[in-house]
Ligand binder design. Structure first.
Ligand code: ZN
Length: 225
């Protein structure tokens, strides 16, 4: 068995930091959570959202899956991990923001780009990443001669837009966005540079995040589409 001492040291440090004399944060959290945002990120160990954004406990309601994808709304008897997380964050915690946090060098997206059949990627992964199949198809149509790594970087960004679009298929998300109660954001983190970009709906581009920006207004894009 691998040595897990690093993790045990970590929880000791954490306990001393938050549960010793300095227990203000723990006392605050015991009454319940009121996170501002739901963040949907990738499972990739290199892109832990709370670490990247330097957040405290209670700041973010986080959902992580392969390639930070949101499937479209589907009300049936399957097990809906993503949809139940969305429902809890939006309808019960009433978060004001949903952030899709994509990233460079995403193994899930690279697998999507390289696979020719859903079955290539095992029992579950192929079907899952095919949520972003339209992103792959768009990249292959737009950049047919580009090298694979450039296509993958483009697909990582296009897949964020697919997830933003799919968020709007959930009726209680669409309703809140229309009322101005909920804002959607598409962010892209570059593992090599540490740079964070956001999707600017006005330009249709991912741009370097500076101090201020406007969240994605999907109702506006739907109306003008
Ligand atoms: Zn990833």
């Amino acid at each position: 068995m691998a040595d897990v001492t690093k993790f045990l040291d970590g929880i000791e440090d954490f306990q001393q930091q938050h549960f010793g004399d300095n227990s203000e944060l723990a006392n605050t959290l015991i009454d319940g959570q009121k996170p501002q945002a739901l963040l949907i990120g990738c499972c990739d160990s290199r892109v832990d959202p709370a670490v990247l954004l330097n957040c405290d406990l209670g700041d973010l309601f986080i959902l992580r899956n392969i390639a930070n994808l949101v499937p479209p709304y589907l009300n049936n008897d399957d097990y809906h991990g993503v949809s139940s997380s969305l429902e809890y964050a939006v309808c019960h915690l009433e978060v004001s923001d949903i952030i899709i946090l994509g990233h460079s060098e995403c193994g899930g997206i690279e697998a999507l780009m390289e696979s020719t059949d859903k079955g290539d990627l095992g029992e579950f992964i192929g079907k899952w990443v095919n949520i972003a199949a339209s992103a792959r198809d768009k990249v292959l149509a737009d950049l047919p001669e580009a090298p694979p790594d450039k296509q993958a970087r483009a697909c990582e960004k296009e897949a964020i837009l697919v997830s933003l679009k799919n968020l709007m298929t959930f009726p209680w998300i669409k309703e809140r966005v229309a009322k101005g109660q909920l804002s959607l954001h598409g962010w892209y983190y570059n593992i090599k540079t540490g740079q964070l970009c956001y999707y600017n709906q006005l330009t249709g581009e991912f741009e370097i995040l500076v101090s201020r920006y406007s969240p994605v207004d999907r109702t506006k894009s739907e109306n003008t589409a």
